[in-house]
Design a binder for this molecule. Structure first.
Ligand SMILES: [Zn+2]
Length: 159
């Protein structure tokens, strides 16, 4: 695959969608849309549809889809990475895990001082903002725990 993969996740896969976004992959999640609309949009936008719904796959026959059978979000992620033979991204946390918008360039010192909580100001590494929903991301313990979880789930993959 030349470009980064792009996904649509069904409503059952919200936590998987967050992991895919942590890895920087564009992942649409529209829990309110009816199934035929989800399939139509995924095809129009050339996204791989990830779904737990075997009935949807059988009845609507999306062109590019992967059935997810695991219950645990990280096991689901491992399945997606292996099945589609996806290369690890160069960097984690480049996309908002909540709204799927690509994050800003690293904040400059003035914005950092203005936007980050005082106790994380001094942390090394880039802090970024989401232009979509305004969330601020910084490389704290939460980010480290997520990276560790990825390393355990996919040993050696992140490099
Ligand atoms: Zn956002």
């Amino acid at each position: 695959m030349d470009d980064d993969p792009r996904f649509t996740a069904d409503a059952m896969l919200a936590r998987l969608a967050r992991w895919l976004r942590v890895l920087g992959w564009d992942t649409r999640l529209d829990p309110a849309l009816p199934d035929p609309e989800i399939v139509r949009l995924a095809e129009f936008e050339r996204r791989i549809l990830l779904t737990r719904d075997r009935g949807l796959l059988r009845e609507l026959r999306p062109r590019q889809a992967l059935e997810i059978t695991h219950d645990q979000p990280l096991a689901q992620l491992v399945h997606v990475v292996r099945e589609l033979q996806l290369a690890a991204p160069h960097e984690l946390f480049t996309r908002c895990t909540v709204c799927n918008t690509p994050l800003s360039a690293p904040l400059d010192p003035a914005d950092r001082a203005r936007l980050l909580p005082p106790d994380v100001q001094a942390l090394p590494g880039a802090a970024r903002a989401c232009p979509g929903c305004g969330r601020i991301y910084w490389p704290g313990s939460h980010a480290r725990r997520m990276r560790d979880a990825l390393d355990r789930a996919l040993p050696g993959w992140l490099g």
